[in-house]
Design a protein around this ligand. Structure first.
Ligand code: GLU
Length: 300
């Protein structure tokens, strides 16, 4: 009787744990609820001359801009509200090295591609980690530490598609991407398809839904993002796998805050040499079997 009761308790506890960890059918690779990488919190950190750091200290927390719908990179589990992915781990690593406990002192703010510059420059977020390509145009408005990862623009199509084989095969096809992103910019500037065939949303997940529904023919953005969607629906979606740009991911921060930029660059360099970067990569993007090296930090 007692043993039976114990067993029942165990089964209930196990299913509760499974539900809470999001390991059910919806879980998927990077689909939320993954155990996060443990970080040691640095003590007595000083960042002399950084207004952003002073602000973080004053409110005793870090507000980090992220994506919430990009599995494997920046994803919010709708059930547990827990964030997971490579970008989230990079954001946590930086917070810990700035002296803030990533488990208790981070507030995540989902910000879509098109609203990033404003969120950073108005101080709505202290820094931003979300598949954010470093480029000169954006540097007019924000600062960038990094890069901490190199991605490339690619295409996501339905798995039964055979005629979309690369960027040259998009004419006459309906192509979707996110407003304010570098990939949508490329579709337009290189006229990869006709203006009436370009579909734009705030979030890539909306494009993916349209692709699954047969409303559009391809989603274009960084390969790392597309692989995350394909892994969630491997029977229905595939990544073409021919990248046609370089997208160095940076940590977005206030353009004026050179002290914080230098400090985050130090943190990223140290993470690369200590093996911490690899630990974070292996726990997220690397789980699919792909490999990568940390890129060289560019202190402009
Ligand atoms: N990395 C590209 C960009 O920063 C595409 C991904 C995104 O929109 O976040 O525009």
């Amino acid at each position: 009787m007692r043993a039976k009761k114990m067993r029942l308790v165990t089964v209930l506890a196990a299913s509760l744990a499974l539900a809470l960890s999001g390991c059910g059918r919806e879980g998927g690779p990077g689909g939320g609820g993954e155990p996060q990488v443990q970080q040691d919190v640095a003590q007595n950190v000083q960042v002399a001359g950084s207004p952003t750091f002073d602000r973080m200290k004053q409110k005793d927390r870090v507000v980090i801009g992220v994506k919430e719908d990009q599995p494997g990179l920046g994803f919010r589990d709708p059930v547990t509200n827990q964030y997971s992915g490579f970008d989230i781990e990079i954001a946590r690593l930086i917070a810990a090295q700035l002296g803030f406990d990533p488990n208790t002192k981070i507030e995540y703010k989902p910000i879509p591609s098109t609203a990033r510059e404003q969120a950073i420059s108005t101080g709505e977020v202290d820094y931003y980690v979300g598949t954010y390509t470093i480029n000169d145009k954006r540097k007019e408005q924000v600062g960038f530490a990094g890069p901490y990862y190199m991605a490339g623009q690619d295409l996501l199509v339905r798995s039964d598609n055979t005629d979309i084989t690369g960027k040259e095969s998009l004419k006459g096809k309906k192509v979707c991407s996110a407003t304010g992103s570098t990939p949508i910019q490329k579709v337009k500037s290189e006229q990869l398809t006709e203006p009436q065939n370009i579909v734009e949303f705030q979030r890539y997940s909306e494009c993916v839904q349209q692709l699954l529904d047969g409303q559009i023919d391809a989603v274009t953005t960084d390969d790392a993002i597309l692989k995350g969607y394909a892994a969630q629906d491997p029977d229905k979606l595939k990544v073409v796998g021919k990248t046609f740009s370089e997208e160095p991911y940076g940590v977005g921060l206030s353009r004026e805050d050179n002290a914080l930029r230098a400090k985050v660059n130090d943190i990223l360099e140290q993470a690369a040499t200590s093996g911490e970067w690899k630990r974070v990569y292996d726990a997220t993007l690397g789980k699919s079997g792909s490999t990568a090296e940390p890129p060289k930090v560019d202190r402009y």
